[in-house]
Design a protein around this ligand. Structure first.
Ligand SMILES: Cc1cc2nc3c(=O)[nH]c(=O)nc-3n(C[C@H](O)[C@H](O)[C@H](O)COP(=O)(O)O)c2cc1C
Length: 239
């Protein structure tokens, strides 16, 4: 299947205008640097108009998008994100998987959250040409794992395909962005700031714009590393 990218001629490396779906999947990278070129409302509308065909539990379509245009609101995101990224950076420095619910941390997380550390890209994201906050109506989401004694996973399946569709649709427009989740750390404050009802969970903040550079080589593990036959410890699945 060949996709035609709408306005990709403005990418500085002259990336191809048309590409296979598999190539799109292999090259939709996390973009954190954008040119100053604005993104107009018609483009954002087209992106959302394509993204809305994402799968979701029971087709209840609990997603909501706040297109955050007001710079003053965006600025207020920065201090809300800060404790979450402080902990993230501290855990990475300690060799831990940040914000993990299985492996206990060996460091004082509460203390680390209040110690200022640099988390690259946050300011650029807040200042991106477009910023979308995607929330999901938990009153319509089917959470089949809600009785399990572990962190919920299934609820996310009704919103992240939609978020990923936004990034794929953006790619078709010659735009790029990144799925970020740290805004959820301050969910109550974000709900208040954006006027979201209490049962709308903050799922992602996605900054979008024209990428300074289109990356084409993403680092991912090969299939044999994560697919096995019949059992988790079965033979690696190969072609
Ligand atoms: C659930 C999720 C949360 C993420 N949160 C952040 C984030 O808060 N900040 C950020 O810069 N990138 C975030 N990312 C982007 C990842 O860092 C990125 O997908 C990963 O490093 C691979 O990079 P690549 O897609 O450019 O190859 C997130 C991605 C996912 C799927």
């Amino acid at each position: 299947m060949t996709l035609v990218l709408g306005s990709s001629t403005d990418l500085d490396n002259g990336y191809r205008l048309s590409m296979e779906l598999s190539e799109v999947m292999r090259t939709t990278f996390s973009c954190r640097q954008w040119t100053d070129e604005p993104v107009d409302d018609a483009t954002i509308y087209r992106i959302l108009d394509n993204a809305r065909f994402a799968p979701n539990g029971g087709n209840r379509q609990g997603w909501h998008v706040t297109v955050v245009k007001d710079r003053a609101i965006r600025e207020q995101f920065k201090p809300l994100i800060k404790p979450a990224t402080n902990q993230y950076v501290a855990q990475v420095a300690a060799g831990e998987a940040p914000w993990n619910t299985i492996v206990p941390s060996a460091i004082d997380l509460e203390a680390e959250r209040s110690i200022d550390k640099n988390f690259p890209g946050v300011n650029e994201m807040i200042e991106a040409p477009a910023v979308l906050v995607i929330s999901v109506d938990l009153s319509v989401v089917c959470s089949f794992d809600s009785i399990l004694d572990r962190v919920g996973v299934i609820s996310g399946a009704s919103i992240y395909p939609f978020v990923w569709n936004i990034l794929l649709a953006a790619r078709e427009e010659g735009l790029a962005g990144v799925l970020t989740t740290y805004l959820s750390y301050a969910e109550a404050e974000v709900q208040q700031l954006l006027g979201l009802p209490e049962h709308y969970a903050v799922a992602a903040m996605v900054p979008l714009g024209h990428p300074v550079k289109q990356l084409t080589k993403l680092k991912r593990n090969p299939v044999e590393d994560f697919a096995n036959i019949d059992r988790f410890d079965g033979a690696p699945f190969t072609a």
